[in-house]
Design a protein around this ligand. Structure first.
Ligand code: HEC
Ligand code: HEC
Ligand code: HEC
Ligand code: HEC
Ligand code: HEC
Ligand code: HEC
Length: 476
């Protein structure tokens, strides 16, 4: 009878374990697929899976390939041209639909890789990927608690349930064993075996439950209040697909060419559209997005890319007039490429115009004017009570941008790399030696510390030594 119950419990346990294992496995696959997609596919396929970019929207891909053996789709992704040359019906159809634009071959992707990418495509299209962070509230002042905490909670619940189940099972076993022992010893006089309800309502169990609740509650309250306002890993989508990989990485444009505030002021400053125009007056059609993204810059400041002039009285034009100017530019380019305007061109025109309107207007503030600055979403944001100055670090301290912002030149979309917590600032101040040599800002300190170093009273000077951990240096 004990054994029967045990068997049953083991079954329940196994079931719970396998459900949670499956869940974790699923999530790992989708995460891997996401990375592969970003690195290999996102330059041509929209990551929302629903809109066209250079290549088709990938939502529903597996359905469209369902009448062929699954291996065909895998072959397509590894080398699409091999299928096209064999006359595979789906391959030929989609190849022609996209004007015979060949897709890059990916011979190095394994079956597992491709399965992961497809899993990521499917769940993104359906909007139910495991581990999706909850959507951040729109706009600048964001309080996202570490983007990866959302799904962990589910795991914690699973773990908790498993532990609870184990506890109940153990309690039952102990009680049964006690009973057996008692029956052996006292025979029929043995005290009645405790029922489950009796065990659960005993003093010990109740006080344990209260203790656990207080512990958990306290832990979560403290953790959440520490994370409040922190947003490490925050990577919002920006109104223009501006890529640091393209600009700072491939084309090696110096960070301070655009963020020229970093050298001389508190703020690094996001460049104005005029800085972009230094180059994009000439580069008007991009190799990745064509007219879709660059036209947004022109519409924000009223640059007419057809005549290479600034439009007079741009702020007095109606939305219809503005629409005509930029749709004219987009369709001119389309016709130049395809020799005609067709249904696909009309669709492209409509979607690019919608993109421009979305990038330049701001639903949150009710701003519907198409002219005006590009509304970049702010990523880094220290609380108001903290004083931080870029020039102090960049010019005086000679700290590289990458020490605090990570490898921005490899980010297509900027992501907050550091936690921006007080501990993060202080740790670096404790560890970093001040760079005295050839640094006119340190002349005063230099004399003082030089003596001490010469007399072997100290072997190095850190930022902490010159006051970098005093509260009022960082707090107003
Ligand atoms: C250089 C741009 C480019 C890249 C990079 C790219 N694709 Fe494509 N993809 C296309 C184009 C263009 C098509 C349309 C067919 C054609 O013209 O060859 C396409 C078609 C497809 C199709 C067929 C869709 C259908 O409905 O039949 C799939 C699936 C696909 N791509 C998956 C991928 C995956 C997965 C990756 C990354 C591993 C990727 N693509 C990377 C350009 C690209
Ligand atoms: C061609 C101009 C340009 C260059 C060069 C450039 N950036 Fe940027 N940077 C921008 C624009 C525009 C944004 C705002 C859009 C975005 O976040 O992608 C930005 C955003 C950022 C942000 C996020 C700001 C925030 O909202 O918190 C950081 C950090 C940053 N850049 C660092 C760098 C570093 C480091 C380099 C050099 C490796 C660099 N940038 C080079 C134009 C540039
Ligand atoms: C110093 C020159 C320079 C500056 C300044 C510059 N860009 Fe670029 N940008 C380039 C080059 C070069 C390319 C690559 C063009 C290509 O691949 O077709 C590019 C590509 C782009 C693209 C991708 C276009 C596509 O469809 O492939 C976008 C979007 C873009 N830039 C936006 C901006 C914005 C916004 C700014 C201002 C914050 C800016 N750029 C400033 C040189 C510059
Ligand atoms: C010592 C660390 C550190 C270094 C070095 C650093 N930054 Fe920052 N950066 C920060 C912090 C912290 C913020 C957030 C500031 C705020 O919210 O007031 C920030 C914000 C930014 C922003 C957003 C706009 C702003 O000024 O608030 C940009 C852009 C930026 N940094 C670019 C750069 C560039 C480019 C460099 C190198 C020339 C650089 N940073 C060097 C820590 C650093
Ligand atoms: C990567 C290392 C690093 C990080 C991270 C860092 N700092 Fe610094 N900080 C330095 C260096 C180096 C100096 C020395 C420059 C100087 O002497 O002015 C400095 C100096 C300062 C000073 C001037 C101290 C003085 O004695 O005048 C202040 C204020 C400051 N940092 C604030 C901050 C804040 C706020 C943060 C976090 C948001 C931060 N720092 C993060 C490296 C760092
Ligand atoms: C090197 C810079 C620096 C120094 C020195 C510094 N702080 Fe902070 N402090 C910060 C930053 C950055 C934050 C914001 C942390 C966050 O948002 O998580 C902060 C936050 C705080 C907060 C708000 C609670 C919190 O964690 O958000 C308090 C209180 C505080 N500091 C007190 C102090 C006291 C007291 C001292 C002196 C012993 C001190 N700080 C020294 C950078 C500093």
């Amino acid at each position: 009878m004990i054994y029967k119950r045990l068997n049953y419990s083991i079954l329940v346990l196994l079931f719970t374990f396998s459900v949670s294992a499956l869940f974790a496995q699923d999530q790992a696959a989708v995460e891997a697929g996401k990375t592969l997609f970003k690195n290999n596919c996102a330059s041509c396929h929209n990551k929302n899976m629903k809109d066209k970019l250079t290549g088709p929207a990938l939502a529903g891909t597996e359905d469209r390939w369902s009448e062929f053996p699954p291996a065909d789709l895998y072959t397509w992704i590894r080398n699409s041209q091999s299928l096209v040359s064999k006359g595979h019906p789906r391959a030929v159809a989609i190849f022609n639909e996209f004007n015979k634009l060949p897709m890059t071959a990916f011979p190095s992707l394994s079956d597992g890789d491709i399965a992961n990418i497809l899993a990521y495509i499917n769940c993104t299209a359906a909007g139910n990927c495991p581990g999706d962070p909850p959507p951040p509230p729109p706009g600048g002042d964001i309080a996202v608690t570490g983007a990866d905490t959302g799904n962990n909670n589910l795991l914690y619940v699973f773990l908790f349930l498993i532990l609870a189940l184990l506890a109940v099972i153990l309690a039952r076993i102990i009680s049964n064993l006690n009973h057996i022992a008692a029956v052996k010893e006292f025979g029929a006089d043995a005290p009645a075996r405790k029922t489950l309800a009796e065990i659960l309502s005993s003093k010990g169990v109740i006080s344990f439950a209260i203790f656990a609740a207080v512990l958990f509650g306290g832990y979560y309250t403290v953790r959440n209040s520490i994370n409040l306002g922190r947003q490490q890993g925050y990577q919002p989508e920006q109104p223009i697909k501006f890529s640091h990989t393209t600009h700072a990485g491939v084309h090696k444009i110096d960070c301070q060419y655009c963020h020229d505030g970093a050298r001389r002021s508190k703020h690094s400053v996001i460049p104005a559209a005029n800085t972009c125009m230094n180059c994009h007056k000439a580069i008007k059609v991009g190799s990745t997005y064509g007219t879709a993204e660059l036209t947004k810059i022109y519409a924000s400041i009223g640059f007419d890319p057809k005549g290479d002039t600034l439009i007079k009285n741009y702020d007095q034009l109606t939305d219809k007039e503005i629409e005509a100017i930029y749709k004219g530019w987009i369709s001119e380019n389309y016709i130049k490429e395809k020799n005609m305007m067709d249904a696909e061109g009309e669709a492209l025109l409509a979607s690019q115009w919608d993109g421009i309107v979305a990038a330049l207007t701001d639903k949150k503030t009710g701003d519907t004017k198409i002219q005006g600055p590009i509304e970049w979403t702010r990523i880094h944001n220290l609380p108001d009570h903290v004083y931080f100055d870029h020039s102090q670090h960049v010019t005086v301290g000679k700290v590289a941008c990458q020490s605090c912002h990570g490898k921005v030149e490899e980010m297509d979309e900027v992501k907050q790399y550091a936690p921006l917590s007080m501990g993060w600032c202080i740790n670096c101040h404790r560890e970093t030696e001040v760079k005295f040599a050839d640094n006119k800002y340190y002349d005063n300190y230099y004399e003082m510390y030089h003596e001490q170093i010469k007399n072997r009273q100290r072997d190095k000077v850190t930022v902490e030594d010159i006051g970098g951990t005093e509260c009022q240096k960082c707090h107003y």
